[in-house]
Design a protein around this ligand. Structure first.
Ligand SMILES: *[C@@H]1O[C@H](CO)[C@@H](O)[C@H](O)[C@H]1NC(C)=O
Ligand SMILES: *[C@@H]1O[C@H](CO)[C@@H](O)[C@H](O)[C@H]1NC(C)=O
Ligand SMILES: *[C@@H]1O[C@H](CO)[C@@H](O)[C@H](O)[C@H]1NC(C)=O
Ligand SMILES: *[C@@H]1O[C@H](CO)[C@@H](O)[C@H](O)[C@H]1NC(C)=O
Ligand SMILES: *[C@@H]1O[C@H](CO)[C@@H](O)[C@H](O)[C@H]1NC(C)=O
Ligand SMILES: *[C@@H]1O[C@H](CO)[C@@H](O)[C@H](O)[C@H]1NC(C)=O
Length: 323
């Protein structure tokens, strides 16, 4: 994955050099071009970082990390969307059900083949780019898809806007869990202002540090989007309960709280399964009993030479059950 990154940076370098020689472009134009391409290059790395542990050593069709349901973009700025996956033969993108490539009046987004088409981007977001983007990944037999709603946003929003809400999980003791939360915070008004993102475990609505866990903060699109992974590698009984991801933007007083629940593997499901197994075993036993009974009756009737004496009676059952 690193190799890919360096390849595109080399390409970027050649590209800007070519331009400098071809026309008397100013340094700043080259710099802007270079920055835009470096942004694409870093977008390319997005799918190779923070992948699900279980995706690393499996090869079937799957998404390899959490994908936002909603994205925010700023007019006339760079914007990229990602569907990180693996095990696919093809990946197709649709905007409001229209397949890529799109005409200018549908969308200015283009696929980025260097990221194996998992990323689409617009170098300069236009008004008609807003809408629902769907990626469809296929192998020979299956297809998976994900929809991302793209909305326009001011680059200094009043409050953090959620882009990925953490999903509830059901896990057993000793297993691992990972939660993710993410929000669009835009650019900061003041240089010394800071954004913050913190995970807490909630006990009686009070936040506590999450013990035996790892929190990793990430940013995308030059810090306009911030996210955080909470990983619990070895779930113990005290880990069950509610967690809160709190996102504070340096621009606003309003904090965004995203809440999620970690619960044990449901106990009733297990007893239900056990119950049905028990019912099957009982039914099978009953069937065998009835079969044995019928067989015994017939043998007895044959021995008694078809006498009208019906031995298959309650008395017979009683005799045999008391044995
Ligand atoms: C396609 O993906 C599905 C689901 O991930 C998997 O079960 C199946 O084995 C894959 N088929 C092939 C041919 O790889
Ligand atoms: C990626 O997109 C290009 C251009 O649309 C297409 O030619 C290529 O087949 C795509 N690759 C995959 C793996 O879908
Ligand atoms: C995108 O999808 C959402 C819900 O799935 C819907 O409310 C919205 O109108 C859609 N937007 C467009 C532009 O189709
Ligand atoms: C993530 O950010 C929060 C504040 O924004 C900080 O308290 C926490 O230590 C950070 N975690 C890591 C692993 O950097
Ligand atoms: C939580 O951890 C931070 C540093 O990681 C520490 O400053 C703070 O005092 C801790 N809070 C509690 C309640 O233990
Ligand atoms: C999030 O929680 C904090 C403290 O628990 C609270 O002050 C704040 O108002 C909450 N934010 C929202 C948007 O409800």
């Amino acid at each position: 994955m690193h190799a890919r990154g360096s390849i595109s940076i080399r390409k970027v370098y050649q590209h800007s050099k070519a331009h400098t020689m071809a026309s008397p472009l100013t340094c700043s134009t080259v710099l802007v071009l270079w920055l835009a391409l470096v942004t694409v290059a870093s977008a390319e790395n997005h799918c190779s970082e923070h992948r699900y542990e279980h995706s690393l050593n499996t090869h079937h069709l799957q998404f390899t990390k959490e994908i936002p349901d909603r994205e925010y973009g700023v007019l006339r700025q760079f914007k990229s969307l990602h569907c990180c996956g693996k095990g696919y033969r093809s990946i197709e993108w649709f905007k409001n059900n229209k397949p890529h490539p799109w005409s200018k009046d549908v969308s200015s987004f283009i696929v980025y083949p260097e990221a194996a088409n998992q990323t689409i981007y617009s170098p300069r977001l236009e008004e008609n780019d807003i809408g629902n983007y769907t990626c469809v990944l296929r192998n020979e037999t299956h297809a998976i898809k994900h929809e991302i709603e793209l909305r326009l946003q001011d680059n200094k929003p009043d409050n953090p806007m959620p882009t990925f809400r953490p999903k509830d999980m059901m896990m057993g003791v000793g297993e691992s869990a990972r939660f993710y939360c993410e929000a669009y915070v835009g650019n900061l008004y003041l240089p010394d202002a800071a954004n913050e993102i913190v995970w807490s475990q909630m006990f009686d609505d009070h936040p506590h540090n999450v013990s035996d866990s790892v929190q990793v903060n990430v940013t995308r699109e030059e810090g306009q989007i911030i996210g955080s992974y909470l990983s619990i590698p070895n779930i113990k009984a005290h880990h069950y309960g509610r967690y809160r991801c709190q996102i504070m933007s340096g621009n606003s007083a309003q904090k965004l709280n995203l809440s999620v629940l970690l619960s044990p593997v449901e106990v009733t499901t297990i007893t239900d399964t056990q119950l049905s197994v028990l019912v099957y075993v009982m039914a099978a036993l009953l069937f065998v009993l009835v079969a044995v009974f019928v067989w015994t009756c017939r043998t007895v009737q044959q021995r008694t030479g078809g006498k009208k004496d019906n031995r298959c009676s309650a008395q017979f059952i009683a005799e045999h059950e008391s044995v």
